[in-house]
Write a protein that binds this ligand. Sequence first.
Ligand code: CUA
Length: 167
Amino acid sequence: MHLHKFEKIWLIVGIGSLVVFLLILGFGAFWLGTHPQSHGVTIDPQNIEAHEAFKPENLGVTQVEEDKYIINVVASAFNYDFGTDEDGAPLKHIRIPKGSTVLWQVTSPDVVHGFNVAGTNVNMMVEPGYISSLETEMKSTGEFTIVCNEYCGTGHHLMYATLEVYE
Ligand code: CUA
């Protein structure tokens, strides 16, 4: 079969970019551990407080074992609710020790939000009616910004918090 030079170049570029795409996808999925969160768990978005995990007193960081934590968050326009500190002020900065396993559970009572702990593999879409959950190990110390990466309205850019992973 005779192929014109330009056809060959076109085929090489086409197949080459497909291979590059699959390699990047494989790197993200198998090496970085990026994958869609579970969407099997539903919740009534009108009444999220009826769910044990999203009762106001259960929001934020809860230690369940020596090095295991659950972090429950309500993402709503335009805020992440991690509960309150001892003085009753909304928590915007949460802390966990390095090496701990964290189960993130996030839901939304209103619109679709994002939940991305920048610099880690925690990056979930948060949809009303569902609980987005992901378990991950926080391997490196530092301050990580938690941002909403789904456009959710005029205050979208105000949706952030910080996670501190300490030694
Ligand atoms: Cu919430 Cu953008």
